[in-house]
Design a protein around this ligand. Structure first.
Ligand SMILES: O=C(O)CCC(=O)c1ccccc1C(=O)O
Ligand SMILES: [Mg+2]
Length: 440
């Protein structure tokens, strides 16, 4: 269950109908320059193109036409092929200022569809089933507008990787005006395993927390353990945090101290019985769970973290918030500025809670000019277009590009199967975002 394996998930063999990298798949496209299977349409305009997914009458013979059952949308798009939807596919590789969840370079596939640019960037080690949910988010962003924002900008938290205490001030200085900081804990880096996290790692975590509080005394604080404590370690750590002077008052919550949702519920019950004054937030128990509502049912958390891409899009994330009935923080999945814009749209549809969307500060370079970066602690809400020159400079190269395109195709097939079997409801219909707005 650990996120940070840093490996690359094996891809299944390409389905018969998916093109090999470099191959053209449809006859109706004009002449294109291809590089490692990526169509580089220099003239394609986002507006005014023909709708290219087959209409209801154009399904393959004998097909069940799931779009009729599900009301179109995702099913109809998936009846076509990626190249029918996206006229640009650019894999990029962004260098980072510090190691974060085991990586120092962030790769993403940027896609341009009829509604604008979208991002597909499941972490490299994620297998196709999980990554296919991230693809639903990219399809949503490429095909439909974001919900109308309730405010033009959203407050963000600074995100502090598990850097040594000496680096805290330098990294925090990258976040202009942030009034809240999320500190990564229980992250022993490449060498340590989960069992080490609560031991030697705890003293380092306490030193990092002390350095933050010294550098920014008035700042609110959040901690994120990414599920790396065992149940006993979590109690030890929470008891230590609760004893730090003024900490419980300054701390919004501790994110995913343990991975298992039942253990999370037990830990929360214990923290309440002990009157530690610390709240528990669920992140992985929402975005990696078969049923994200188990957290709410079990009373496993006081607060939930929602991420547009891992949850299959802005509308699906809104629907989860609505159904969970818990206060929510929107957070990034370490997306480029293009993907962060979807997060900003999600945050701007929910009650104001500082969002974990300041993460472009962790990139040495990003794809947009200017990058989607908080100023005065706030991130503007709106679509982001990558800059052509930056796209070229940050190009991931032919080998990685081919890998990303193959992965996109494998996820496309997988998501189509899920939709056809009724295992992935397209919840992007009208109602969900409005219901959430009405409730707030
Ligand atoms: O929430 C934030 O402040 C930033 C985003 C973040 O921490 C994150 C980014 C990528 C993958 C996982 C996580 C996480 O919250 O665990
Ligand atoms: Mg988290």
């Amino acid at each position: 269950m650990r996120d940070d394996t840093g490996g690359t998930a094996p891809l299944p063999p390409l389905p018969a109908r998916a093109p090999a990298p470099g191959a053209h798949t449809t006859a109706d496209r004009g002449p294109e320059a291809t590089r490692a299977g990526v169509r580089q349409s220099e003239t394609g305009q986002a507006a005014g193109r023909e709708p290219r997914a087959p209409g209801p009458g154009q399904s393959r013979p004998g097909e069940r036409r799931p779009e009729e059952r599900l009301g179109g949308g995702l099913a109809q798009v998936l009846a076509g092929e990626p190249a029918d939807l996206f006229d640009r596919m650019c894999a990029v590789s962004l260098p980072m200022v510090a190691r974060f969840r085991g990586i120092t370079v962030r790769e993403a596939l940027l896609l341009r569809g009829p509604a604008g640019w979208a991002e597909f960037s499941p972490f490299a080690e994620y297998a196709v089933p999980e990554a296919s949910t991230w693809l639903a988010a990219a399809i949503e962003a490429a095909t439909s507008p974001f919900p109308p924002p309730r405010r033009p900008a959203v407050a963000v938290n600074a995100t502090l990787p598990a850097v040594p205490a000496e680096r805290v001030a330098e990294v925090l200085a990258r976040y202009d005006g942030a009034q809240c900081v999320k500190i990564k804990i229980a992250d022993t880096g490449a060498a340590g395993g989960a069992d080490d996290a609560g031991g030697a790692g705890l003293e380092e975590d306490l030193a990092r927390i002390a350095a933050v509080r010294a550098a920014a005394p008035g700042m609110r604080v959040r901690l994120d353990a990414n599920g790396r404590y065992g149940p006993a370690q979590a109690r030890t750590a929470l008891a230590r945090f609760a004893r730090l002077p003024g900490f419980a008052e300054a701390c919004d919550y501790i994110e995913q101290p343990v991975m298992d949702v039942r253990e999370l519920a037990d830990l929360r019950a214990w923290a309440q019985a002990e009157r530690l004054g610390l709240r528990i937030a669920a992140d992985e128990s929402i975005r990696k769970a078969e049923d994200p509502l188990t957290v709410a049912r079990l009373g496993a958390a006081d607060h939930i973290i929602v991420k547009a891409q891992p949850l299959g899009g802005v509308h699906r994330a809104l629907s989860i918030v609505e159904q969970a009935g818990l206060p929510a923080t929107v957070s990034s999945a370490l997306e480029t500025s293009v993907g962060l814009a979807a997060g900003a749209a999600l945050a701007a549809s929910l009650p104001p809670v500082a969002a974990g969307l300041g993460t472009s500060a962790l990139f040495e370079r990003d794809v947009a000019q200017p990058p989607l970066r908080a100023v005065g602690g706030e991130l503007p809400v709106g679509r982001v277009e990558p800059d052509a020159k930056l796209l070229a400079e940050l190009d991931a190269g032919p080998v990685r590009t081919a890998w990303w395109v193959r992965r996109l195709e494998a996820c496309w097939e997988h998501l189509r199967g899920r939709v056809e079997r009724g295992e992935f409801a397209d919840r992007s219909g009208p109602g969900t975002s409005c219901d959430v707005q009405a409730g707030c």
